[in-house]
Design a protein. Structure first.
Length: 531
């Protein structure tokens, strides 16, 4: 899944630093009709059914329309893009969509239900990184403009998933003509990727832009789709997405026009806040740092002790932990990020209570027992090193009488241990596969993360019942209430300790409209225009 695949790319990002810096010295754009987006590249392809990396999301959002999208940075409410109407039935196992009838691809071919069915089946059958998004979902056409999607299990998150650029709709006839297939053997038989990475593929998408040039190491250039069907036409004559390290991005955004920098650190951005030519946003990221204590007594008789867990919950000095990240970061009141439907307000965040922590630790009888906190030592997310976070947690807990030792390891080794379910005490993070609270039901007892934390099915029937209800509820207001209660319950009796959402920095020149950070695409260039 993208969150951990992306982490592996982050760990290797230094390899590209020299090349990116050299490129930055010779490739600055200032033309008024050109939008420049500086980004530390994580991209292997622009083929939407294969791509599942942050940089690819910027590109594919511009080239390929999806059934749903988002307005600005609002991730709580997916809104129809290619869809004119829709409904969920059969306990959220069946979704019926009616497509808009005025949509056409860049070569003029009308977009119909056959293109949607082809695109979704191709996504699943290629079996690439994003295939899990529609795993177990069957799709069929219901007339020229109707699409029915069914699943054996409730799929309330489907509208959010269908805003992901990997679900972008391709021109089925054109892709087939260039070696594409949606057949069951597409993982070996599909040969369209190379063509889709060239400007010749312009007619494959219906988005506001088409591909002008493509490189996975230097830059990707987009040009307007002259036949774009939507009411809002492309805002720029050229969009350039460039591979730049953060230090070069910092220089470029200060001297450029119509420019965006995505990867600056909080301290770099803070120094720009007085610059009237720039808009500097320091906001919480969708990443959530959290601790877990294994609930399985066979793994640890200490961390599975409920009183010991309560002592951890109230011993943590959340304000001091937050200081590791700098401006823009917030304490995580729950596991669902603050910008998602169902997130908890800041007032509901757990507060440090030293007296309660010491009483619980004494009641546990485990205060003197040594516990090892394991963490990925080579990983930094949004400017926050895991090692620094682990040291802060250790200091917090030891100040209140815990006996905590640290054990850092490379991310790959840490992941292996974490996934085995044998890690007693761990510092982790979660980044969403899609911006919907259903992605966090995996923390319930008996689910994937629950099992990794030794929290077996049947361990907490009340929470499991609430999770089951969340799984089939489609009304937005009802979903919000259920997911908030789910997190309250996890905070009270779950083996998890939400810590922090680090800072997401987004800097743009002030001559742009609608240039905002969107966690699904980093930036939706289709909404950006000159002032």
């Amino acid at each position: 899944m993208r969150r951990w695949k992306w982490l592996a790319l982050v760990a290797a990002a230094g390899i590209l630093a020299s090349a990116a810096a050299a490129f930055g010295a010779t490739a600055h754009h200032t033309a008024g009709a050109t939008l420049v987006v500086d980004n530390s590249f994580t991209i292997k392809t622009s083929d939407p059914q294969r791509a599942f990396d942050p940089t690819a999301s910027i590109i594919d959002r511009a080239l390929y329309d999806t059934l749903f999208t988002y307005k600005g940075g609002d991730l709580a409410n997916p809104i129809p893009l290619l869809v004119s109407s829709w409904k969920a039935t059969n306990g959220a196992k069946t979704f019926t969509f009616q497509l808009k009838k005025n949509v056409h691809f860049a070569n003029g071919t009308p977009l119909t239900s056959k293109d949607v069915v082809f695109s979704f089946n191709r996504l699943v059958n290629i079996k690439g990184n994003p295939a899990f998004l529609l795993a177990g979902v069957k799709v069929k056409a219901a007339g020229k403009y109707g699409v029915v999607m069914t699943s054996a299990t409730p799929d309330t998150e489907l509208p959010a998933i269908l805003a992901n650029p990997s679900t972008g709709i391709v021109n089925s006839a054109l892709v087939k003509a260039h070696g594409g297939t949606s057949a069951a053997n597409a993982s070996t038989a599909d040969k369209a990727e190379t063509w889709l990475n060239t400007p010749a593929s312009a007619g494959a998408g219906s988005g506001p832009y088409v591909l002008k040039s493509f490189s996975t190491t230097s830059q990707v250039v987009l040009a307007p789709n002259a036949k774009y069907w939507g009411p809002k036409k492309p805002g720029f004559s050229t969009v350039v997405v460039r591979n730049m390290i953060a230090t070069t991005q910092l220089i470029n955004v200060q001297r450029g026009t119509h420019e965006i920098a995505i990867d600056l650190a909080a301290d770099q951005a803070t120094g720009l806040q007085g610059n009237s030519k720039l808009h500097v946003s320091l906001q919480p990221s969708t990443w959530v740092f959290w601790l877990f204590a294994n609930n399985d007594p066979k793994v640890s008789s200490v961390t599975s002790n409920e009183q010991w867990q309560q002592a951890v919950r109230y011993a943590l000095d959340y304000k001091s932990i937050l200081s590791v990240a700098g401006p823009g970061a917030i304490q995580a009141p729950g596991l669902i990020p603050s910008m998602f439907l169902g997130s908890l307000p800041q007032k509901d965040a757990v507060k440090q209570d030293v007296a309660k922590a010491k009483a619980a630790l004494a009641a546990s009888g485990q205060g003197s027992q040594q516990v090892t906190l394991q963490y990925p030592s080579d990983l930094t997310i949004n400017g926050v090193p895991f090692t620094t976070m682990a040291e802060k947690v250790q200091a917090n807990l030891q100040a209140e009488g815990f006996n905590i030792q640290l054990s850092g390891s490379p991310t790959s080794n840490w992941l292996t241990a974490y996934r085995s379910g044998q890690m007693a005490f761990g510092l982790s993070l979660w980044g969403p596969d899609y911006p919907d609270p259903a992605d966090y039901l995996t923390f319930a007892p008996g689910q994937l993360v629950g099992l990794r934390a030794g929290w077996a099915k049947g361990a907490d029937p009340a929470i499991e019942k609430l999770a089951a209800k969340a799984l089939v509820t489609t009304n937005a207001a009802q979903r919000k209430a259920i997911y908030q209660q789910f997190q309250h319950d996890l905070n009270e009796s779950g083996p998890y300790f939400p810590l922090m959402q680090p800072t997401q920095v987004f800097v743009s020149t002030s001559d742009l409209k609608n240039a905002v950070f969107n966690a699904e695409y980093d930036v939706d260039v289709t909404q950006v225009s000159p002032k």
